[in-house]
Design a protein around this ligand. Sequence first.
Ligand code: X2X
Length: 350
Amino acid sequence: MKFRNIVLISVALLVTVLPLAAFTPKKEYTMQVNVTSAFDWGMGAQRFAELVAKKTNGLINIKPYYGSSLLAGKQTNWYQAVADGSIDFVVDSTINASSVIRSLNLFSLPFFINTYANVDKIENGKAGARIIADLEKGGLKFLAWGENGFRQITNSKREIKTPQDIVGLKVRVVGSPIFIDIFKQLGADPVNMNWADAVTAFQQGVVDGQENPKSVLTVVKIWEYHKYMTNWNYLIDPLIFGVNADLFKRFPADVQKQIQEAALEAGEYEKALARAYLDGNTSLNILKNKFKVSPLPKEPFALAVSKGMKITNLTPAEVAAFVAKTKPIYDKWVPLIGEDLYKAAQEDMK
Ligand code: X2X
């Protein structure tokens, strides 16, 4: 073989082999998750890790660390930890990052986003694109949306039907300022507490009430602590599937694509779990037909009722009283979130 051909072949070989050789995966990539694998959210995180392993033929091994164990329970620190690279991946709540990323508070404006169709329109619309851009400014690569769900209020003292019924109740909330503002505005006594301590607090009666979605309440068997639940859909708690941006950039293009696809698929699966029984048959059918889930999840509230829980569904007129009462939250928070983003969200929901 001519020398020139040998050189050409060697160069060609190097060009194809080098990018692969230059990438050596870590033995384990860490993932932050605030709840455990028993929750829809944790199951979504686990599915994500499994899909990444499968799609990359075992090259990328993600280990979920449940219960915010990498953050010593401090759930509101996840964004910083992933953005600075001390944690690699994340499947976590928008609320737990909303004290750092202001625009995420859009989802926490009381009674603003009131249907699943509206959440989806915002996430996939102009408002969602702006929020994703904000998330990515600080060093996170956004991969997909998931969902914790519409948050409902439960308590051990009395049925909540009117704003007056909340007055004076000690309510556990996440350490996010807008939640403190909302419950103060409602005349309650909000107590900021990490999820890691919350269930013990319910058990010991340190607080009278709390607010969380179906996906959380049924797993912790909230009826064992609280007799009353009011479905008021007052705000939505989306989840974010993400990864440290520098880390993501260093993955080869095919691995990036596989990770992206895994997150979208796990996000869709997780959302269907979180919405099961709350959107007619839509999510149940997605679980059954697309994800071949068998057996399907059980109806979530029948057990609660059989255990003596009183579930109250508010009429539109009853909701209107809460809307009126929480109006001042908009006066303070829309400027903080950004008028433009707020208007974009209204446009998206049209
Ligand atoms: O702490 C909560 O309430 C929880 C589990 O819903 C979140 O992480 C936002």
